[in-house]
Design a protein around this ligand. Structure first.
Ligand SMILES: C[S@@+](CC[C@H](N)C(=O)[O-])C[C@H]1O[C@@H](n2cnc3c(N)ncnc32)[C@H](O)[C@@H]1O
Length: 196
């Protein structure tokens, strides 16, 4: 996903749902100036310990539904593992597009359910058994995370199949969409350019 973000002189990248800042750090290491925003103070506190790289990183507290930035402010906007957690993905996509300058790139990394039946069966075992067992070996909290992920991902694509999500991107004004499945279909990168 990060490799989809072109370097544009003077332009800033907004990383939404930046969490502990893994994506933001990767962007700064490629020389981008980045603002990472997240609704969780705890996650941002962890992200602040990751500041390094060739670019600069600022952190901000706020939610994706109402970004505290003016329209057409950023040269690129990235978001990772966000839309599964919001009530209205279409309106969040519109808000992400609002702060993006015309011609700028919107890029997303998310989990996905493998379309290939063999890999999908393996994915079911992995998310239904392996992840919870591995989580339980660490702590009760990681067991809960391990149990949560598979159903959360499946439910998201049942409610919003990929075709519907791509329609939401287009309705938010994002064109030239590129979709790449990764990790045997267990991950997906979607990116596009704001029209205008
Ligand atoms: C699984 S973490 C992903 C963190 C980061 N993007 C990464 O890949 O490492 C999901 C993050 O989304 C944030 N989040 C969820 N809903 C949000 C919202 N509506 N606005 C802003 N952040 C949100 C959570 O606080 C959490 O930090």
């Amino acid at each position: 996903m990060v490799s989809r973000i072109p370097s544009v002189d003077g332009a800033q990248v907004l990383d939404v749902a930046t969490g502990t800042g893994l994506v933001a750090r990767e962007l700064t290491e490629r020389g981008h100036r980045v603002i990472g925003i997240d609704q969780s103070e705890g996650m941002l506190a962890r992200a602040s310990t990751r500041r390094k790289g060739g670019g600069s990183l600022q952190l901000a507290l706020g939610c994706a539904e109402r970004l505290p930035f003016g329209s057409e402010t950023f040269g690129a906007v990235t978001f990772t593992y966000l839309l599964r957690y919001v009530d209205e993905p279409a309106s969040v996509l519109s808000e992400l597009s609002r702060v993006l300058a015309p011609g700028g790139t919107l890029a997303n990394l998310e989990f996905h359910v493998p379309p290939n039946p063999v890999w999908r069966a393996a994915w079911r075992v992995y998310t239904g058994v392996a992840l919870p067992v591995a989580g339980a070996a660490i702590s009760r909290d990681w067991y809960d995370v391990g149990r949560f992920l598979g159903p959360s991902i499946r439910d998201f694509y049942e409610r919003h199949p990929l075709e519907e999500q791509l329609r939401m991107w287009r309705e938010a004004g994002i064109v030239d969409l590129q979709v790449r499945l990764m990790s045997l279909g267990g991950g997906i990168v979607i990116s596009g350019r704001k029209s205008g």
